[in-house]
Write a protein that binds this ligand. Sequence first.
Ligand SMILES: NC(=O)c1ccc[n+]([C@@H]2O[C@H](COP(=O)([O-])OP(=O)(O)OC[C@H]3O[C@@H](n4cnc5c(N)ncnc54)[C@H](OP(=O)(O)O)[C@@H]3O)[C@@H](O)[C@H]2O)c1
Length: 225
Amino acid sequence: MPQALVTGANRGIGLELTRQLLESGYTVHATYRNAKGGLVDMNHPSLHLHQLDVRSDEDVAAIASKIEGGLNLLINNAGIADGRWSSVEEIDLETVGVVMEVNAIAPIRVMRGFLPALEIDGGGTVVMMTSLMASIADCHSGKSYAYRASKTALNMLTVAMKQELVERNISLMLIHPGWVETDMGGPRAPLQPRESVAGILDRINEQTLEMSGRFVQYDGELLPW
Ligand SMILES: NC(=O)c1ccc[n+]([C@@H]2O[C@H](COP(=O)([O-])OP(=O)(O)OC[C@H]3O[C@@H](n4cnc5c(N)ncnc54)[C@H](OP(=O)(O)O)[C@@H]3O)[C@@H](O)[C@H]2O)c1
């Protein structure tokens, strides 16, 4: 039975990823930062819950020491939005640092912590939950400064690391889930988590080492950098 780990699994896209991965036959290590949220009602023999703040080396190490066998799939899903400041003067630079830490730096921390587990079964897949808002080519409306920059940094870190990791049989994927109705996406989002996640799982299933580093939307459309 393949094993997956999902960060930020207590609500939104992470919760739906957990549900659909379990339905597909994965053993799922679902992580939550504080509250277990929707994971509380999800009783499944292949579901394991772990507390993880993605900013904590200790939390990552504690989970890595508990997982037995290889990890086939790591989904760096946890993320935060920014202040949506309306002017350059309003940007809260401290918040910019936090957004960069959670969205760009923490996925590298988590991936690094699980590299030994990802190598056990001969290599696995690491999914980085990015956004179309990372795209410099698509940045027509501007704003959302810290969020955009954090996801662009995540994209570059991932592409820059791809060669080294391909040599270790680990394939990286940068995925945009679409505009999804969650706490972050808001009530006007046109896409439900179920549809977005079904597409994300299709992209994971088709992922090869040769595709490593691609920037792709949930429905398979390749996105401009
Ligand atoms: N929704 C969209 O339209 C959309 C579009 C493009 C990209 N994305 C990306 O998709 C991912 C999931 O988004 P979503 O819409 O599901 O967001 P969400 O509903 O706001 O959920 C965010 C998740 O991230 C967790 N999280 C935040 N900071 C964390 C930390 N320091 N440590 C561990 N977990 C942390 C949250 O945990 P708590 O409950 O503890 O806060 C929550 O589980 C994010 O990376 C987001 O940037 C979303």
